[in-house]
Design a protein around this ligand. Structure first.
Ligand SMILES: NC(=O)c1ccc[n+]([C@@H]2O[C@H](COP(=O)([O-])OP(=O)(O)OC[C@H]3O[C@@H](n4cnc5c(N)ncnc54)[C@H](O)[C@@H]3O)[C@@H](O)[C@H]2O)c1
Ligand SMILES: O=C(O)C[C@H](O)C(=O)O
Length: 311
């Protein structure tokens, strides 16, 4: 199976590293516009093959889309990341043009591919990719919820003082500091509701920390995060390539689901060899439904800024 990752920066290269290390795909192509950069990242990753024992072939190219031909999955991580103090939404001006041209280029050589959109503001970039390419909704998947959910489980595990892998939880809604919806009511510690162990105040703090999880890391690192983002993309790609049918919160086109139309937002999705295979209705309560509607209003307002790019 072949995966192309466009944008060999922090997230793209980490994703390539995790995919190869875990043997998720037989071939990974990294593509970047910076001369020699993807080639260098690929060479560095390939020099781990004997020490970590993987067989994936990783190569890098400078803007040569012919080398990406017949990819099963294409991941778009090209574009600029935010700096401390910025929101993801402020990236739209530069990233919209990049994402649109990248999506058009990859489809020329991989017309049947499934596209995973990572560049921010991710929900709007996913919507843009869908509108610009006209691909069916199952083949355009935005990655954000997998990452936000992993951060949610991290903060829950810290509050519980128990291992992350014993904690279950999901974040839906927009992938933004104010639009994410960590579902604390449904989160559990090995099947027991976390509210059995944590007070409402602590749960509210966990949700608040989760929502600004990316901003916190951006403040610490000076640019946005990459280890968990790269690993989250690899997790999603694994579910596609190996037809795992995992339920993962992904940004996909809603056509009535969760009360929304003509918008891409994070909802629980079954992800398999066809990409998006099902949107699962997890029965939100009235409060969660109201939060989802408010989140949708914000994402829709952001999508309004795409008019000139889509014209
Ligand atoms: N959805 C998420 O959960 C999530 C998580 C982390 C980062 N991100 C986003 O992913 C994007 C990348 O983040 P990063 O930290 O890897 O940034 P980065 O600056 O390290 O890497 C971006 C790379 O894209 C390349 N690039 C720019 N324009 C290109 C083009 N037209 N074609 C090919 N390559 C091009 C750059 O040369 C650079 O190497 C940002 O927009 C960031 O906000 C999203
Ligand atoms: O925070 C960012 O800007 C990058 C990414 O969306 C993240 O959540 O890490």
């Amino acid at each position: 199976m072949k995966v192309t990752i466009v944008g060999a920066g922090n997230v793209g290269a980490t994703c390539a590293d995790v995919i190869s290390y875990r043997g998720i795909a037989s071939e990974v192509v990294l593509l970047d516009i910076k001369e020699g950069f993807a080639e260098g990242k690929a060479m560095d990753i390939m020099q781990c093959a004997t020490t970590t024992g993987f067989n994936t072939r990783v190569s890098g190219v400078t803007n040569d889309y012919a080398k990406t031909a017949n990819s099963d999955v294409v991941v778009i991580t090209s574009g600029i990341p935010r700096k401390p103090g910025m929101t993801r939404e402020e990236l739209i001006g530069i990233n919209a043009g990049i994402v649109k041209s990248v999506a058009e280029n990859v489809l020329q050589h991989s017309p049947n591919t499934i596209i995973v959109v990572v560049s921010n503001p991710m929900d709007t970039m996913t919507y843009l990719t869908l509108k610009a390419t006209g691909l069916p909704k199952n083949r355009i998947i935005g990655m954000g919820g997998a990452l936000d959910s992993s951060r949610f489980k991290y903060y829950l595990s810290k509050a519980l003082d128990k291992p992350s892998n014993d904690v279950q939880g999901m974040v839906i809604g927009g992938h933004g500091d104010t639009t994410m919806i960590p579902l604390t009511r449904l989160a559990s510690y090995n099947g027991s509701p976390v509210s059995n162990f944590l007070s409402q105040d602590v749960l509210d703090k966990v949700a608040a920390d989760t929502m600004v999880g990316g901003a916190t890391l951006t403040g610490l690192l000076g640019t946005s995060a990459w280890y968990a983002p790269g690993a989250s993309v690899a997790y999603l790609v694994d579910s596609i390539l190996n037809d795992q049918k995992k339920m993962i919160a992904c940004s996909v086109l809603l056509e009535g689901e969760y009360g929304q139309e003509d918008i891409c937002m994070g909802v629980p999705c079954i992800i398999g060899k066809n990409g998006l295979e099902e949107i699962v209705d997890i029965k939100l309560d009235e409060k969660e439904k109201a939060l989802f509607a408010k989140s949708a209003d914000a994402v829709r307002a952001m999508n309004g800024d795409l008019k000139s790019v889509l014209a």
